[in-house]
Design a protein around this ligand. Structure first.
Ligand code: ZN
Length: 278
């Protein structure tokens, strides 16, 4: 499915990222930012959710975004296996702790504590090397990743099988959704929300045996209307490094693409400047 992979990669060029940071006060559950997923979230149901303003004011957690882990390409969507390992190593050596989307959500929405130097390591597009290369390397350095799956790629050449996706979840990694076929959310009609979000969410939950409550926007493209709709399904949605909609910060978490050619030190520097974290 080379044809498909090219299309998918081409689309992923536009990802964007946002983060929220903020205050730690409690206010009533803010309309529009409360997730309405199937998650069994009994621990948070009694708590008071931060307002969008409070979430926007919270310190942003760095979120890295990877696509292809392979030699031979020098583009924004490809990192060599050697560079990837060096990046995972410097995160560990520098005291970073990879956190899960659940931890990020509870930090943003409910001020739960997270490690002092948190990072989220995310992957888009379901490529097979996410399972074959990225996961073992992350595990070697004590990290866990978050894999956003485009479900049309199940069992296709160069993409992960359902078993490989299930195995990632069993090994402590996190699985989120990246749509059915990578169409941008700004084009969805009513039936598309079922085809691109509701149905694949159910399917992924069956495969992993866990709630699937996190979304990465195809191409990073988003708008307010789509964010409002996604909030019915997802606790958090991830954009690229673009501006957030301040009224929907949980559906606009920023990420930074790690492109070809960055040194490990350069990546740390970019994390600091992009997310203004220490
Ligand atoms: Zn993508």
């Amino acid at each position: 499915m080379k044809y498909f992979s090219l299309i998918a990669l081409g689309f992923c060029l536009f990802v964007s990222c946002n983060n929220g940071s903020g205050n730690n006060n409690d206010t009533g559950d803010s309309a529009g930012i409360a997730p309405k997923t199937t998650a069994t979230d009994t621990t948070t149901s009694a708590r008071t959710m931060n307002t969008p303003e409070q979430i926007m004011a919270k310190t942003q957690v760095p979120v890295l975004c990877y696509h292809r882990i392979a030699d031979g390409r020098k583009d924004e969507y490809t990192v060599s296996p050697a560079a990837f390992e060096a990046q995972m190593k410097i995160l560990k050596d520098s005291g970073y702790t990879s956190i899960s989307p659940d931890q990020l959500y509870n930090y943003l929405a409910y001020n739960e504590s997270i490690p002092e130097k948190p990072v989220l390591i995310t992957f888009d597009d379901s490529r097979v090397e996410h399972s074959a290369i990225a996961a073992p390397v992350m595990e070697k350095y004590g990290h866990r990743g978050t894999f956003f799956i485009m479900t049309i790629t199940y069992n296709k050449k160069n993409y992960m099988t359902k078993d490989q996706i299930a195995d990632l979840a069993k090994r402590g990694h996190n699985v989120g959704l990246h749509s059915w076929d990578h169409h941008m959310v700004t084009k969805y009609n009513d039936s598309d929300w079922v085809k691109q979000v509701a149905d694949p969410q159910k399917g992924l939950q069956e495969i992993t045996g866990k709630p699937v409550e996190y979304w990465a926007y195809p191409y990073g493209i988003n708008d307010h209307k789509a964010a409002v709709e996604l909030a019915k399904y997802m606790k958090l949605s991830f954009i690229l490094s673009t501006k957030r909609d301040s009224t929907m910060p949980l559906q606009m978490v920023r990420r930074m693409i790690v492109p070809y050619g960055w040194t490990p030190q350069g990546m740390l520097k970019a994390m600091h400047s992009t997310f203004k974290s220490s």
